[in-house]
Structures are given as C-alpha cells and as structure tokens.
Ligand binder design. Sequence first.
Ligand SMILES: CC(C)NC(=O)[C@H](Cc1c[nH]c2ccccc12)NC(=O)[C@H](CCCC/N=C(/NCCC(=O)O)S[C@H]1O[C@H](COP(=O)(O)OP(=O)(O)OC[C@H]2O[C@@H](n3cnc4c(N)ncnc43)[C@H](O)[C@@H]2O)[C@@H](O)[C@H]1O)NC(=O)OCc1ccccc1
Length: 227
Amino acid sequence: MKIVVLTGAGVSAESGLATFRDAGGIWARYRIEDVATPDAYARNPAKVLDFYTQRRVQLRDPAIDANDTHRALARLAASGTHEVLLVTQNVDDLHERGGSEDVLHMHGELFKTRCLACDALFDDRDDLTLQRACAACGASGRLRPHVVWFGEMPLELDRVYDALTDSDLFVSIGTSGNVYPAADFVRTARSAGARTLELNLEPSEGASLFHDARYGPASNLVPAWVD
Ligand SMILES: CC(C)NC(=O)[C@H](Cc1c[nH]c2ccccc12)NC(=O)[C@H](CCCC/N=C(/NCCC(=O)O)S[C@H]1O[C@H](COP(=O)(O)OP(=O)(O)OC[C@H]2O[C@@H](n3cnc4c(N)ncnc43)[C@H](O)[C@@H]2O)[C@@H](O)[C@H]1O)NC(=O)OCc1ccccc1
C-alpha cells in the first residue's frame, strides 16, 4: 500500500516537548506575530533568535528523546511492506532519533541554520545570536533558523501533493488541523480516492473529513496500528 503519514506536535508531546495550542503550549506563551513571521524577524531579530535558541536548548536536553510513536513509525517504513512517506510539521529531530530516514520536514528543522547573506544552509545545534557570523561567508547578524514561518511557503510541497494524489491511505497523527496547507492534506488525499485515518488525543478541527479515527495517546494508538 502507498501510505502518507502526517505528524504534528502531538507525537512529540510524550517526549516532553510542548505542543502549540494545548494548555501551556508555545502559542500560550508567545504571540505568533512576535516570533514566527518574517515581519517579526525584520522588526526584532534578537527576540526571534532568542525564541528559537530556547527551543534548541530544550531539544539538546538529554532528557528529551524519541518515544514509542517515533519508533513505531520507523518500523512501519523499515518493514518494506508498504511504501511510506513520512511528512512532519515538527521541526524537532525526534523522528530521525526514532530511526526514521528521509523524513520530509515541511516546516523546516530546528537544528538547521540558513544565512540570509549567502544562502548557506548548515546543521547547527548552537545558540542563535546576532553576534554569530556565518561559517561560509563570515557575515554576522544574518543567520536564521531553517524553519518555515507563517506567510512563508512550506518545503517540498510538490513531493507531498504527488504522494497524496497517489496514496491508498492517508494517516494524520498528533495534529490539531489548524495550520494550512497541512490541514488540507486530508481533502486532497480523500478526493484522490485514499482512505483517511486520524490518530489523535481528541478530534481535530478536520475530524469530520476522515473515514476512520481512533482517539488516545499516540504512544498507545500508533504501535497498535503499526504492529
Ligand atoms: C494559524 C493558521 C490559521 N494560519 C495558517 O495556516 C497560515 C496562513 C494560511 C495559509 N492558508 C490558509 C488558509 C486558511 C487560513 C489560513 C491560512 N499558514 C501559513 O502561513 C503557511 C506556513 C505555516 C507554517 C508555520 N510554521 C510552523 N512551524 C515552524 C515554525 C516553528 O515551529 O516555530 S506551524 C507550527 O504550528 C503547527 C502546530 O500545529 P500542530 O502540530 O497540530 O500542534 P497543535 O499544538 O496545534 O496540536 C497538537 C495536537 O496533538 C494532540 N495531542 C497532544 N498530545 C498528544 C498525544 N500524547 N498523543 C496524540 N495526540 C496528542 C492535541 O490534541 C492536538 O490536536 C505545526 O504546523 C507547527 O509546524 N504558509 C503558507 O500558507 O504559505 C502560502 C501557501 C499557500 C498555499 C499553498 C502553499 C503555500
């Protein structure tokens, strides 16, 4: 079967990473307009870089690691029984730490940095500050996290839409279905004839669009669904 799996912050919640919209979530503590838009970076780059530095500090914490959901999804792809494309909205690297290869990070990756002066893109776990100079061109104050901000085009959308329109099954895991175009993928898959399944703690905004749904913690639902 050709399967497209979409994941969101809910799959990393049980690893200790805050989600965005749940109680005490990231957007309860920060305004999107202040930290996750190109305008915010233009207005106050230090504030934006500090926001992403704090998230790097948390993701560097050895207490944070992949969980049973990440490992189960790696098993699904590794089994070779199905053709699986794992698309994530998450910028953390827990899918990779769980054993997944070729994860499509449609909203970018926290441990990658881009230089706005020379467009260099490099792996980077260090704190992001305006003082830091680009390792490639030496320019300072031009580094930004390689993440997709609101108003920016998500990454590799063509590859995602090709897989969705060719899929037999679309599975959405741990996402609230509030952010587009990801929240629209279920419609694209469904109109291409795919079965659609939601695995989430609670019904998402798009719950009515799915053929099937199971609710509960991902670390219970996903291994049971995979194995
Ligand atoms: C807020 C929303 C209304 N705004 C948007 O969607 C905007 C604007 C927009 C575009 N089209 C629209 C149409 C209608 C309305 C608005 C728009 N979209 C954009 O700007 C996008 C870019 C959006 C990307 C922004 N960057 C992120 N992240 C990276 C940065 C960073 O991380 O700092 S978004 C970020 O927030 C989103 C958070 O959502 P979730 O992951 O779902 O997390 P959430 O907390 O909401 O929910 C968690 C869920 O898990 C569940 N859960 C919790 N614990 C568990 C558990 N233990 N087990 C299971 N489930 C669990 C909970 O119940 C809950 O349901 C993720 O996408 C995440 O990546 N770009 C764009 O549109 O470009 C042009 C375009 C147009 C057309 C086609 C192509 C391009």
